[in-house]
Ligand binder design. Structure first.
Ligand SMILES: *Cc1c(COP(=O)(O)O)cnc(C)c1O
Length: 221
């Protein structure tokens, strides 16, 4: 069986390979190891291999695992990649270094308030509902410019735009659309690409890939 370090090296080398034709530098693509559902024992080998950037999608689950892991590895950068309820904003601001799911005015208000209270500004990606899917979170495309203005007004550091393209169809057009939206609206970062499509996302300008399965294996097994 491949070790965690082997898988990490493989994903990193795939990222580097896709950077080349796109004339990008591998250092400009941050690999977020998505450790959701995996226990600390599965995370420790990646920490031991030197990896320091991790993603979780639930505040409570992350608290349970990471308070202890962070004691041993205070230099870890923790990203919240999942939908966030406004009533969890304070806890999210305390624990996470970057939030990828800012997508609505009520959450913006709650996060701004939590950041004021904590005296800590946490950079946020604005999640965009790039496939216009009813069941998915994310700011509607047409509302992105106005929402970004609100984010800036609230003094929340804008990390960039994030998307989860519709499943089952070619993701490239959605990644390209997110990149265009970011460019048109002066947003720098692009959080896009998961295990199945991070190589395509890197070609199209992703600065943050969120990779779980390719590093940890399937969830729930
Ligand atoms: C779970 C998750 C990922 C990682 O998915 P994999 O296919 O396991 O790489 C990425 N982004 C978000 C928002 C997720 O919820």
């Amino acid at each position: 069986m491949e070790s965690a370090a082997d898988k990490l090296a493989e994903v990193q080398s795939n990222i580097a390979r896709m950077c080349k034709p796109a004339r990008r530098e591998p250092e400009d693509v941050k690999l977020i190891a998505v450790s959701k559902t995996h226990p600390a024992e599965r995370i420790i080998p990646l920490l031991e291999a030197g990896h320091r950037v991790f993603g979780e999608n639930r505040v409570q689950e992350a608290q349970g695992k990471w308070f202890q892991l962070l004691e041993a590895h205070p230099d870890v950068e923790l990203h919240l990649i999942g939908q966030l309820q406004s009533n969890k904003a304070e806890e999210a601001v305390e624990l996470f270094d970057v939030i990828h799911s800012l997508d609505r005015p009520s959450l913006l208000k709650a996060l701004a308030k939590a950041m004021d209270k904590a005296g800590r500004r946490v950079p946020c990606f604005v999640q965009v509902n790039i496939g216009d899917e009813e069941q998915k979170g994310g700011c509607p495309i047409a509302e992105v410019p106005a929402f970004l203005a609100k984010v800036r007004e609230a003094n929340i550091p804008l990390a960039g735009l994030m998307c989860l393209p519709p499943s089952g169809i070619e993701p490239a057009p959605f990644f390209a659309l997110l990149a265009k939206l970011a460019q048109d609206n002066g947003a720098e970062g692009l959080s896009m690409g998961m295990s199945g499509d991070y190589e395509t996302a890197v070609q199209l300008g992703s600065t943050h890939v969120r990779v779980g399965t390719a590093l940890f294996g399937a969830r729930g097994s």
